[in-house]
Design a protein around this ligand. Structure first.
Ligand code: HBI
Ligand code: FE
Length: 288
């Protein structure tokens, strides 16, 4: 439940946006950002993709305290035409897709409390801006995010919201990249999480499977624990190219299978078409 008074006093616009009112953040809220930032930067050393660090530096997100949209939006716009808009909470899928289709990334205004440092359900400004925004400075990833938005608007008409959410989940939120130096993280849900920044690369528990768009769209996910499977790309071009294919044929197959009563693939499942980097033990350690 959102308790941020600056959010509660505002009536969101039709597109669910509100004002950031950056001057209304308290010293303690800025201190929580600095604490989270310092901790994640330390944990992520050598774990996130190079492009993540490039974006962090380009936008100077580690400056001091919660970033002011008035300061970082001009920098982000100059790099890839994206901007951040402030929203009170998760917005309806169609509104979300429309923002992405217009290179607007919706970020929550509130920051987590000190007793929520390691985990919270609702994306706060640290998850959204530290986790998602650095990658939006990368031209190809920026194109992918816009293509996801435009594809989402079309996919919604085919009743494919669940399948689209899975694609977002296993790439934008929890994606890994096979770099020359080894596996690296680009997913926002991982880079903004202390425990999962370690677990996603080091643990023998999860499966690590090469990216396969249709397989991902068939794969369910859980939102309240570490992932039981991660999907890996070889480049951001691979990710963007996957959005340029004929989705009608994919949606037709998905629709037929759903009509035939086929169940989703479960996160712990492996299917015969999988190219596996490793088969996970699936021994579940509870999220620390
Ligand atoms: N709204 N503000 C916000 N942030 C999100 O990440 C978000 C959302 N609405 C829907 C949504 N994500 C997911 O359903 C996406 O997979 C579409
Ligand atoms: Fe997110």
């Amino acid at each position: 439940m959102i308790s941020d008074p600056v959010i509660l006093e505002q009536t969101p616009a039709a597109d669910f946006t509100i004002e950031q009112k950056w001057e209304r953040y308290t010293a303690d809220e800025h201190a929580i950002w600095d604490l989270l930032y310092a901790r994640q930067i330390d944990i992520l050393q050598g774990r996130a993709v190079d492009e993540f660090y490039t974006g962090l530096e380009a936008l100077d997100l580690g400056g001091a305290g919660i970033p002011d949209l008035a300061v970082i939006n001009p920098k982000l716009r100059a790099l890839t035409g994206w901007e951040i808009v402030m929203v009170p909470h998760l917005v309806p899928d169609l509104i979300f897709f429309d923002h992405l289709a217009n290179r607007r990334f919706p970020a929550g205004r509130f920051i987590r409390r000190r007793d929520q440092l390691d985990y919270l359900q609702e994306p706060d400004i640290f998850h959204d801006i530290f986790g998602h925004v650095p990658m939006l400075t990368h031209p190809v990833f920026a194109d992918y995010m816009q293509a996801y938005g435009t594809g989402g608007l079309r996919g919604e008409e085919r009743g494919m919201l669940k399948e689209l959410a899975r694609l977002y989940w296993y790439t934008v939120e929890f994606g890994l990249l096979q770099s020359a130096e080894g596996l690296r993280i680009y997913g926002a849900g991982i880079v903004s999480s202390k425990g999962e920044s370690l677990f996603s690369l080091d643990s023998p528990s999860p499966h690590r499977i090469e990216f396969d768009l249709e397989r991902i769209m068939r794969t369910d996910y859980k939102i309240d624990d570490y992932q039981q499977c991660y999907f890996t790309i070889e480049s951001f071009d691979e990710l963007f190219d996957a959005t340029q294919q004929d989705f009608k044929a994919i949606y037709d197959r998905l629709e037929d299978d759903k009509a035939a009563g086929q169940q989703p693939i479960l996160p712990a499942d492996i299917v015969k078409t999988d190219h596996l980097l490793n088969v996970g033990t699936q021994k579940r350690v509870t999220a620390q």
